[in-house]
Design a protein around this ligand. Sequence first.
Ligand code: SAM
Length: 196
Amino acid sequence: VDWNARYLTQDIPWDKGEPHPVLPIFLSKNDGLFSEGKKHTLVPGCGYGHDLSAIAPHSHHITGLDISEEAILKASQLYPQQNISWELGDFFRWHSEKTISYDVIWEHTCFCAISPEKRENYARSASQLLRPGGYLCGIFFLNPNMPPGQGPPFGVTRDELHAYFDPYFQLLWDHPPEATYSGREHRETMMLWQLK
Ligand SMILES: C[S@@+](CC[C@H](N)C(=O)[O-])C[C@H]1O[C@@H](n2cnc3c(N)ncnc32)[C@H](O)[C@@H]1O
């Protein structure tokens, strides 16, 4: 996929123009997750960065990372908040470029955008980017209603998620989001994984 071309031509059906609807609920219940102890959060595949605008007020520092120059440019214009950094880069190479270990990774529609043969790399990259005991947290798109094997977005089963993440992470909880975008009901789950 040429992600930058998708943004330049505005062929971006995933962009809903607002943060994931579960975020206000999730943040009110887990206020310390992104802030206590001066935590630094990474959001890979952040697109226009709407989720970061919701998480930033509850965060010490948060970095949005995307491989599309156009997405990062627009995100930085939409959300110039001081405690957000916008970075152009590849999630799979970011561990060699970053200067710190992150405390939290927020996942939302990045994993499902990655082709299934690279999913093992996603789990390894996440483990390399987090400090020991850090959290991988977010929404996993289980059923994007695509024909088998076709995407993005690529669907995933819970068993597959365990196969990718269990080698590095311990699952702390897994439940459907209390709210979502219209049309995505019953198709996602929320998970909190802790790096072993
Ligand atoms: C389906 S979009 C979701 C964007 C955003 N999370 C949202 O919900 O609006 C997937 C995003 O991942 C980005 N992306 C794909 N592969 C990437 C990689 N290897 N590293 C960083 N970003 C990547 C794309 O440019 C795109 O912005």
